[in-house]
Design a protein around this ligand. Structure first.
Ligand code: EPU
Length: 431
C-alpha cells in the first residue's frame, strides 16, 4: 500500500502553481457529453477523479484525448445513452452529473448510485425532485438509478436525441446544494423552455459551469447569485473553455504555510475566491498579500486561535474545514470549528490527536485547545480533505509521520508530493 512519509518541521518557501478546480471538472466534463460536437477543455487537474470521469465518458461513447498535459479534447458525436456501471459510478460522487447530461441530451439516464467520500448521509433527493419537475420519472433498482422522460426508452436506435426533451420549470431547492444546482443546470441546458433554479448554490465552480455552457452556445444567466435562469437551446455547438483554479487546493497550501511557517507564493489563483479563507488566516496572524492572479502568504509568529462555522459560498467552505482545524491545533488558545454542511466530517480529529493535538468533538462542533507541538505518528486518511489535514499537521510536526490511504488525497490533489517538495518539504511516497 502506498503511503506518504513526511519528516516535519521544515518551513515552506517558494512558488506553487495551482491546478484547475476539481469540483468544476466534476460537472464540466460530464457537461461535455451534452455536445454533439467537439470541445476542448484546458486546465484540467490530473487527479484520479478526473481519470475515472474520463473512463465513464469513454464508456458512453465519447472520444477523449489529451492535447497537452492539462488540456483534453472531447468528441461527443458518438455518445450513446448507455449505462454508467457500478464499478465506475460508485467510486465517486460526481458520477451523478451524468444523470443531468444524459437526461438532457437523450431523455434518459441509467447511472449507478454515486459513491464518494464518506461524510455522512449524502442524499440526492433534490436532484430527483428537480428532474421530476422537468418531466422525468425515476426508479432505483439494484444500486442503479434510471431517470427518464416517459416514452423515451423505446427509441433505442436513435438514442432519442431531440425527441423526448425535458421541459423548463421553476425549481426551488429545499437547501443550498452544489450538486443539485449543477445537475439541474446540465439537465436544463437543452430543455424545452426556461428553467429557473431558486435557492441555488453560488460556488465559483457553479459560475464556471455556467461559463462553460455559455461558451458552448448555451444560455445561462444569474450563476453566482441564488437564482439561476437557463433558457434551453436546441443544441450546444462545441468550443474551447479553461477551468478556474482550484479554490480548495489554494486554501490547502495557504494552510500548509500557516502550519509549517515560511513564505509561499501561490500562482495562477483567483484571490476573490479566497476572500473568506484569507480573512480567517489574516485574523489569525498570517501576512497575506494579493495580486491579480497570485497570493503570497507569510507566517513569522505563532497564530491565534479562532472560531469557524462552515457555510455555503461565500462562507467558509466545508472542504477547508479539516485543513484549517489542523492549523488551529497549533494556534494559541481555544478554537471552535462548527460543521454545518456534513454530519460526519470530524473523523480526522482522532488521527490528529494521535499526533498530539487536543480536540474534543461533540456532534457537529470540535473544540480545539492549541498545543505548542505536534509529533510525527502513523495515521490514516479517511477521506480527501482529512488526508490533506494530516499532511498539513505532519509538515509542522516534530519527527516523522506516515500517512496511509493516500489514494483519497490523490482523488483531488494533483502531485501534492511534488508541489510540497518544491516548497522545501521533506515528503516522499513509499510503496
Ligand atoms: N443534500 C440533500 N439532498 C440533496 C443534495 C444535498 O439533503 O439532494 C444535502 C447534503 O446532504 C449536504 C448539503 O445538502 O448536507 C449540501 O450538499 P451538496 O449537494 O452541496 O454537496 P455535494 O454536491 O454532494 C459538493 C462537493 C463536496 C463539497 C460540497 C459542499 C463535488 C463532487 N463535491 O458535494 O466536495 O463538500 O459540494 O460544498 O462537487 C470535497 O471536494 O472534498 C467534497 C466533499
Amino acid at each position: 500500500m502506498k503511503q506518504y512519509v513526511i519528516h516535519g518541521g521544515k518551513p515552506l518557501s517558494g512558488e506553487v502553481f495551482i491546478s484547475g478546480a476539481k469540483n468544476a471538472a466534476a460537472s464540466i466534463l460530464p457537461g461535455a457529453m451534452l455536445i454533439n460536437g467537439i470541445c476542448q477543455i484546458s486546465n484540467v487537474p490530473r487527479i484520479s477523479d478526473v481519470k475515472l470521469t474520463i473512463e465513464i465518458m469513454e464508456r458512453l461513447g465519447a472520444r477523449v484525448k489529451y492535447i497537452d498535459a492539462e488540456t483534453i479534447e472531447v468528441d461527443g458525436r458518438a455518445v450513446q445513452p448507455g449505462t454508467v456501471p457500478q464499478e465506475l459510478g460508485s467510486q465517486m460522487r460526481a458520477s451523478h452529473f451524468f444523470i443531468g447530461s444524459m437526461l438532457g441530451r437523450f431523455g434518459r439516464a441509467h447511472v449507478s448510485l454515486p459513491g464518494g467520500c464518506g461524510l455522512g448521509a449524502r442524499p440526492i433527493d433534490q436532484h430527483l425532485k428537480g428532474f421530476a419537475q422537468m418531466g422525468a420519472c425515476n426508479r432505483i433498482e439494484d444500486g442503479m438509478l434510471q431517470v427518464s422522460i416517459p416514452g423515451s426508452q423505446t427509441d433505442e436506435e436513435s438514442g432519442n436525441e431531440g425527441k423526448g426533451k425535458l421541459k423548463g420549470a421553476r425549481i426551488r431547492f429545499d437547501m443550498v446544494t452544489v450538486g443539485a444546482t449543477m445537475n439541474l443546470m446540465l439537465a436544463a441546458a437543452l430543455a424545452k423552455g426556461t428553467t429557473v433554479l431558486e435557492n441555488a448554490a453560488r460556488e465559483p465552480h457553479i459560475v464556471d459551469l455556467a461559463g462553460f455552457l455559455n461558451a458552448m452556445g448555451g444560455d445561462v444567466s444569474g450563476a453566482g447569485t441564488n437564482t439561476i435562469t437557463i433558457n434551453g437551446v436546441s443544441s450546444l455547438k462545441g468550443g474551447e473553455y479553461r477551468l478556474i483554479p482550484d479554490q480548495i487546493e489554494t486554501g490547502t497550501y495557504m494552510a500548509a504555510a500557516a502550519a509549517a511557517g515560511g513564505d509561499v507564493s501561490l500562482k495562477g489563483v483567483i484571490p476573490q475566491h479566497m476572500e473568506y479563507i484569507s480573512s480567517v488566516l489574516s485574523a489569525m496572524g498570517m501576512e497575506i498579500e494579493e495580486g491579480s492572479d497570485f497570493i503570497v502568504v507569510r507566517k513569522s509568529n505563532r497564530l491565534k486561535g479562532t472560531d469557524i462555522t462552515t457555510m455555503p459560498y461565500p462562507g467558509f467552505p466545508t472542504d477547508m474545514q479539516p485543513q484549517i482545524a489542523a492549523v488551529l491545533c497549533l494556534a494559541e488558545g481555544r478554537s471552535t470549528v462548527r460543521e454545518s454542511i456534513w454530519e460526519d466530517r470530524f473523523r480526522y480529529a482522532e488521527q490528529l490527536c494521535r499526533m498530539g493535538a487536543d480536540i474534543k468533538v461533540e456532534g457537529r462542533v470540535a473544540v480545539i485547545e492549541g498545543v505548542s507541538k505536534l509529533y510525527g505518528a502513523e495515521v490514516e486518511a479517511y477521506d480527501l480533505r482529512a488526508g490533506a489535514a494530516l499532511v498539513i499537521a505532519a509538515l509542522a510536526a516534530v519527527g516523522t509521520t506516515k500517512i496511509k490511504h493516500v489514494n483519497y488525497i490523490e482523488r483531488g490533489y494533483h502531485d501534492m508530493v511534488g508541489k510540497l517538495s518544491r516548497l522545501g518539504a521533506d515528503i516522499y511516497v513509499e510503496e
